[in-house]
Design a protein around this ligand. Structure first.
Ligand code: AMP
Ligand code: ZN
Ligand code: ZN
Length: 419
């Protein structure tokens, strides 16, 4: 069933069980907020007032370590599922799928909404299985029919929906009658990624302005949540950080294309190479090695950056990885960038050994201790933390574990509910 919402163009959809079970009614609430591209050091650099107070009264990690590659789709879906990209299947923003014989791309709406690309049990699916109402004002995977399930309430992604609208809808969800009120809500804001790409992460003026506006949206959300009096736990994460590069340090992707030997997918900080039928991998490897200039060629099993031995066939047999500070792009894009008056801009996607790639983890609410800071932690561990708070079963095939984050929790987080 789909009902029209009062919002600009965006259409609220309703799926799955729309009422909480008796057990679900006793659970606390979790709001998972992703601030795309929010680098680990922005709070210290810009001291946003609402977020800084939030952290002071809650917990924070030195940084949230993304999974490789440090791109938006693989990492959001890792946060949602507790699995490495290799395991959940959304290995990059763009990749070739051998099973589907098609190239997945985040700009292809049909693919973004096709649940058969998405492995694992995202937190809203896990909630749905336990008859817990869930809602999403955007999150990677939330519009896809993963295992035939979606959040109870969700919206098709629309970059142009104002932050104020997202915040208001979240507060409206929290004031629904208890039976219909979601216990897990995801929210997504792209502002810091947008501005970071445009000006690079070192432009204090532009980043500071954007962050202050975003902080006001968060302040409205925090105040609204407090006013409900409900036991709401807010977890704020980002998918990756950002680093500055010069527009002279772009490598044309056309330089490495060779349709007779292989096809490629993706550009940026990692290019995936898929050999054509009957072309030996070694031949392609040597062919590409000859071209190495500000990039290196690896057979996938030897590629740096992976936290594990990559097993997913969809990576392709070979990876082309630019040196840190270089980035693949199309000739058209490079020309456009060169015309831009700012000679630098921001990118991400690199090996997470580079701290610029790290994001954030902050949390506050009745489940969390106060004033605790922990060392950097991997983003695979956020999912079991949410399962613990909501007392949901943790699937046994995930990569994260609760022991990495349980020290931020009060002893029995799921025993709090007001109604
Ligand atoms: P990137 O910086 O290239 O890794 O990707 C960031 C972009 O992903 C943002 O500018 C968003 O527009 C886009 N994006 C984020 N979430 C979604 C979503 N759920 N569906 C489609 N696009 C999204
Ligand atoms: Zn991102
Ligand atoms: Zn980005």
């Amino acid at each position: 069933m789909c009902i029209a919402s009062c919002m600009r163009t965006s259409k609220l959809s309703v799926s799955g069980p729309t009422v909480n079970s008796k057990a679900a009614l006793k659970k606390p609430y979790v709001i998972l907020i992703s601030l795309d591209g929010f680098r680990w050091d922005y709070v210290e650099r810009f001291a946003p007032p609402h977020l800084s107070t939030f952290i002071k009264n809650g917990v924070g990690a030195e940084s949230l370590i993304p999974s490789f590659p440090s791109k938006t789709f693989p990492n959001h879906y890792t946060i949602a599922t507790g699995m490495y990209p290799d395991n959940h299947g959304i290995i990059d923003n763009t990749f070739y799928s051998y099973e589907k014989e098609a190239t997945y791309s985040i700009s292809n709406r049909a693919m973004v909404q096709d649940g058969s690309f998405y492995g694992g049990s995202p937190i809203w699916v896990q909630a749905d299985k336990a008859d817990v109402v869930s809602a999403s004002y955007f999150f990677v995977g939330s519009e896809a029919d993963v295992q035939g399930r979606r959040p109870t309430y969700y919206f098709p992604y629309d970059h142009n929906i104002k932050n104020e609208v997202r915040v208001k809808q979240t507060l409206d969800w929290l004031t629904l009658p208890a039976k219909k009120r979601p216990h897990i809500i995801t929210l997504y804001f792209s502002d810091m990624d947008d501005i970071g790409h445009r000006f690079g992460p070192n432009n204090d003026e532009e980043l500071g302005k954007t962050l202050l506006a975003l902080d006001n949206n968060l302040g409205d959300l925090f105040a609204g949540v407090d006013a409900t009096g409900l036991p709401v736990n807010i977890i704020i994460v980002s998918d990756h950080g950002m680093t500055e590069i010069k527009n002279t340090d772009l490598i044309p992707i056309e330089k490495i294309e060779e349709d007779s030997l292989y096809s490629i997918a993706n550009d940026g900080a990692m290019v995936h190479v898929y050999p054509k039928d009957n072309v030996p991998v070694d031949a392609i490897y040597h062919f590409l090695q000859e071209k190495e200039l500000h990039f290196k060629v690896y057979k996938t099993e030897n590629a740096p950056g992976f936290e594990y031995k990559p097993m997913n066939k969809n990576w392709g047999a070979i990876q082309i990885i630019p040196d840190y500070g270089y980035y693949f792009s199309t000739l058209i894009q490079i020309e456009l960038k060169k015309k831009n008056p700012t000679a630098v801009f921001g990118v991400h996607g690199y090996d997470t050994d580079h701290k610029d790639m790290h994001g954030i983890f902050y949390a506050k609410g009745p489940a969390f201790k106060k004033g605790v800071t922990i060392p950097s932690v991997k983003n695979i561990h956020v999912y079991p933390l949410m399962c613990e708070i909501l007392d949901l079963e943790v699937p046994n095939n995930i990569d994260g574990t609760i022991d990495q984050l349980e020290n931020v929790l009060n002893s029995s987080p799921h025993k709090t509910s007001k109604d």
